[in-house]
Design a protein around this ligand. Structure first.
Ligand SMILES: *Cc1c(COP(=O)(O)O)cnc(C)c1O
Length: 394
C-alpha cells in the first residue's frame, strides 16, 4: 500500500525542487556568473564576524532561550524604535527565529486554520505558497503588474481577494523579486481592508534597510499605520541587511498574543537556533547607520551597472527601487519563455538569471520576465553587464 507510491503528502506535491537549485547547478556546470540566487559575495560587518568568533569561543554553544537571547531581542526592539518609531517590548513582543523564512512559516502555521484564506501579492517569495499549503490554508494571490513606473496592483483586485474566510494578508515590502516599495496609499488600502474584514497582517520586511536613494517612495512599515500594530506580525532578518544569508537569524515582532502564536509553533519546528550567532547579530543591529547606508549605496551602484548592461543588450528593464534585485522583460530579445531563456543564457553569454514565472499563480504575467541579482562585487557585475551586452550583437 505505501511503498511504490509517492510518499510525499498531497499538499506538498505541487512544490518541486526550486528553480534556484537548477540555475545554481547550471552556473557551476557552465562556469557562468551566477546572478540567479540572491546571496552576496562579500561578508558582513567585521564587528559582527568578530563577535560571532568570540561567542563560539566563550561558551555560547548551547541552546539559547526559546524566544532568543535578551541582548538580541533588546537590539531588535531598539532598532525598530530608532528606524521606524515602532515600540515593541523585548520581553514578549519579539521572538528570534531561524531566518525570516521560519518566522513567516510559524506565523502562518500558528494563525491559520485549515481552509482559511491568505491574501498575498504575486510574484511571491517561494516559501510563502509552501507554508500556506502546509497549514492547509488557501492562497489568494493579487497580481503585481508592470505599470511603466514599476509594479502595481489593481485596488479592485485586492478588494475582491478579501472575504469572509480571509485570515491574514502577507505583505512583502520592499518586494522580492520586483524591487517595488509599496506606497503609503497602497499600504493604507491594505490596512483599510484588514480592519474592515478584521484580519491579521504578516509583513516580510527583510529589505527594510535596502531602499535606494532614488526610490519613488520610502519604506513604511504596515504596522505603523493606524489600527495595524495590534493585528500585525512584523518580520525581518539579519541575512539581507548584514550579508549573512547562511546564518538564518530572523525575528518577528508584534503584540504579545501574536508573537506567542509564532513562538508556540517555532518551539516545535526548531525550538531555538543560531546560539552563537545571536549575540553577533545584536552587535550588527547596534552599528552606526553608515554600515547600512554603505551597503545600500553599493547595491544601488550594482543595480545601475546591471541595468545599463541589460538595457544595451536590448532587455526592457523595469525600475527597481530596493532589494537585491532587478527584473527585465525578454520580449525585445525574441524571448517568449523565461525558463527556456534562463536555461539557455549561460551558453549564450555566461550569465545565470532566474525566471519570475515560478513566483506566480498567473504564470502568463511573469512568463517573459527574468530576475537578476545585483548583490555581487562591482567587478563581477561589470563583467556580467559586458557579457549581457554581447546579446545585442548575437
Ligand atoms: C531572502 C528572503 C527571505 C529569507 O530570509 P531568511 O532570513 O534567509 O530566512 C524572506 N523573504 C524574502 C522576501 C527574501 O528575499
Amino acid at each position: 500500500m505505501t511503498t511504490g507510491t509517492d510518499p510525499l503528502v498531497v499538499r506538498m506535491r505541487e512544490f518541486g525542487t526550486t528553480v534556484f537549485a537548477e540555475m545554481s547547478a547550471l552556473a557551476v556546470r557552465t562556469g557562468a556568473i551566477n546572478l540567479g540566487q540572491g546571496f552576496p559575495d562579500t561578508d558582513g560587518p567585521a564587528e559582527m564576524l568578530a563577535a560571532a568568533e568570540e561567542a563560539l569561543r566563550t561558551g555560547h554553544n548551547q541552546y539559547p532561550p526559546g524566544p532568543g537571547i535578551p541582548e538580541l531581542r533588546a537590539a531588535v526592539s531598539a532598532q525598530q524604535q530608532r528606524d521606524w518609531g515602532l515600540a515593541y517590548d523585548p520581553d514578549g513582543e519579539v521572538v528570534v527565529t531561524a531566518g525570516a523564512t521560519e518566522a513567516v512559516a510559524a506565523a502562518i502555521l500558528g494563525l491559520c486554520e485549515a481552509g482559511d484564506e491568505v491574501v498575498c501579492f504575486e510574484p511571491y517569495y517561494d516559501s510563502y505558497a509552501a507554508s500556506i499549503a502546509l497549514a492547509g490554508a488557501v492562497r489568494r494571490p493579487v497580481t503585481l503588474r508592470p505599470d511603466g513606473a514599476g509594479y502595481a496592483f489593481d485596488p479592485d483586485e485586492l478588494r475582491a481577494a478579501f472575504g469572509p474566510r480571509t485570515r491574514l494578508v502577507l505583505v512583502n515590502s520592499p518586494h522580492n523579486p520586483t524591487g517595488k516599495v509599496f506606497t503609503r496609499e497602497e499600504l493604507e488600502l491594505i490596512a483599510e481592508l484588514c480592519i474592515e474584514h478584521d484580519t491579521y497582517a504578516v509583513t516580510d520586511e527583510v529589505y527594510e534597510h535596502l531602499v535606494f536613494t532614488d526610490a519613488p517612495a520610502p519604506h513604511i512599515p504596515l504596522a505603523g499605520l493606524p489600527g495595524m500594530r495590534e493585528r500585525t506580525v512584523r518580520i525581518s532578518s539579519a541575512g539581507k541587511s548584514f550579508s549573512c544569508t547562511g546564518w538564518k537569524v530572523g525575528w518577528a515582532s508584534g503584540p504579545a498574543p501574536l508573537v506567542s502564536a509564532v513562538l508556540r509553533v517555532k518551539q516545535f519546528l526548531t525550538f531555538v537556533n543560531a546560539g552563537p550567532l545571536q549575540p553577533a547579530v545584536a552587535v550588527a543591529l547596534g552599528l552606526p547607520p553608515a554600515y547600512l547606508t554603505g551597503l545600500r549605496d553599493r547595491l544601488q551602484t550594482g543595480r545601475d551597472l546591471l541595468a545599463a548592461g541589460l538595457a544595451e543588450a536590448g532587455f526592457r528593464v523595469y525600475p527597481s527601487a530596493a532589494t537585491y534585485f532587478i527584473t527585465a522583460d525578454i520580449t525585445p530579445l525574441g524571448g517568449t519563455d523565461g525558463i527556456e531563456f534562463c536555461r539557455a543564457l549561460p551558453e549564450r553569454c555566461g550569465v545565470v538569471a532566474v525566471p519570475t514565472q515560478v513566483f506566480y499563480d498567473s504564470v502568463e504575467v511573469g512568463r517573459r520576465v527574468v530576475r537578476f541579482a545585483c548583490c555581487k562585487r562591482p567587478e563581477v557585475l561589470a563583467e556580467a553587464a559586458d557579457r549581457l551586452r554581447t546579446l545585442a550583437h548575437a
